[in-house]
Design a protein around this ligand. Structure first.
Ligand code: IMP
Length: 183
């Protein structure tokens, strides 16, 4: 099964999760720079991306789209997460939050699968908090996101630990359960 992304970190985590399953299959990385449409729905963004990916790949494929939603910032950066990560980055987010006491945030993942006929969408979410300072390790927002029931950021965890709880794992489990039930 093919997975399209421009982000090798996503593939590494997905590949690790898929290969740990029983009766598994191989996931092949298809490096693609897919356009992100402007929409206030992550689902719509993911749906549009998988259509682009299928047009290029011409066989079944899945993509994953994520967003970090910060309560005190009225769910910003949300669907703009990728842009915000590239522009103001983690330091910019910490600046925006300043010393706000409410650090609640959630990470959402949408997996979109397309086989040429139908598109299937699967969601995953993990709640947590934004730290007061950057930690080392990880990628993207990992150094500032502290998942619930943890004192460590995603950045401070090894992949195996992050993969037990992440938004990506939740969405992927739902997707694989459905996919494997299709026979
Ligand atoms: P994308 O639009 O799906 O690529 O994701 C939006 C932003 O969230 C990107 O800047 C990613 O780097 C970031 N992101 C997605 N998943 C994770 C994660 O598991 N850890 C840290 N950052 C992530």
């Amino acid at each position: 099964m093919d997975f399209a992304s421009s982000n090798i970190n996503k593939y590494n985590e997905i590949n690790h999760l898929v290969s740990a399953r029983k009766n598994s299959f191989e996931v092949t990385f298809r490096m693609m720079e897919l356009k992100e449409i402007q929409s206030d729905s992550l689902l719509e963004v993911a749906e549009n991306k998988v259509l682009q990916a299928f047009r290029i790949n011409k066989k079944e494929i899945f993509v994953e789209d994520d967003g970090l939603f910060i309560e005190a910032l009225k769910d910003f950066p949300g669907v703009y997460s990728s842009y915000v990560n590239k522009t103001i980055g983690n330091v910019g987010i910490l600046d925006l939050l300043g010393n706000k006491v409410n650090r609640n945030a959630s990470f959402k993942s949408i997996i979109a699968f397309h086989d040429g006929n139908k598109i299937e969408l699967f969601t995953g979410e993990i709640k947590g908090k934004i730290g007061f300072e950057l930690t080392t390790g990880g990628w993207g927002f990992d150094p500032i996101f502290i998942p619930e029931n943890s004192d460590l950021t995603f950045g401070q965890m090894d992949m195996k630990t992050k993969n037990q709880i992440s938004h990506r794992k939740v969405a992927l489990d739902r997707f694989l359960k459905w996919y494997q039930s299709q026979g």
